[in-house]
Design a protein around this ligand. Structure first.
Ligand code: FE
Ligand code: FE
Length: 152
């Protein structure tokens, strides 16, 4: 049993559990305030993060470890759209750094399956970061007129 790799997988799982609850908060807040397009897109991302948390748990179990159920942090509530997006961008940027580093350590530990898993997650987190950044750019450049298009 490679405790080092299991530790990295569980750190990633804690992070995924945190972003799941963060994105679910945004999903229901944006739904409640009428930003249904934004709500629908964050819901899809939250579901992808749930799949990440599951994949990590499966790998941890396969390696003989115990998947954690603890999120790494509490979700932030009641922020404005731009503020929430900035939170998400920071979370995804952290994940990208962390998973790049974890993939490297897994390769050093000769666990290429875990390395591949981290690389697969990395690709998804990069696309989430890109999506959040593009939305924030629009919100900042176009202001209220863009925010209005997020309602339907
Ligand atoms: Fe993820
Ligand atoms: Fe993500």
């Amino acid at each position: 049993m490679n405790e080092k790799v299991i530790g990295l997988l569980n750190d990633a799982r804690m992070r995924e559990l945190h972003v799941i609850s963060q994105y679910m908060v945004q999903h229901y807040e944006w739904d409640d305030t009428g930003y249904s397009k934004l709500a629908a897109s964050i819901k899809q991302i939250a579901i992808q993060e749930m799949k990440h948390a599951e994949r990590l748990a499966e790998r941890i179990l396969f390696l003989g470890g115990t998947p954690t159920t603890k999120p790494s942090d509490e979700a932030k509530k009641g922020l404005g759209i731009a503020e929430h997006l900035r939170v998400n961008i920071a979370l995804e940027a952290d994940a990208i750094n962390m998973y790049n580093e974890s993939a490297k350590v897994c390769a050093q530990e000769l666990d290429n399956i875990s390395k591949d898993l981290f690389e697969e997650l990395l690709a998804a987190e990069e696309s989430h970061l890109d999506q959040f950044q593009r939305t924030l750019d629009h919100v900042e450049k176009l202001g209220d007129s863009y925010v209005a298009t997020l309602i339907d």
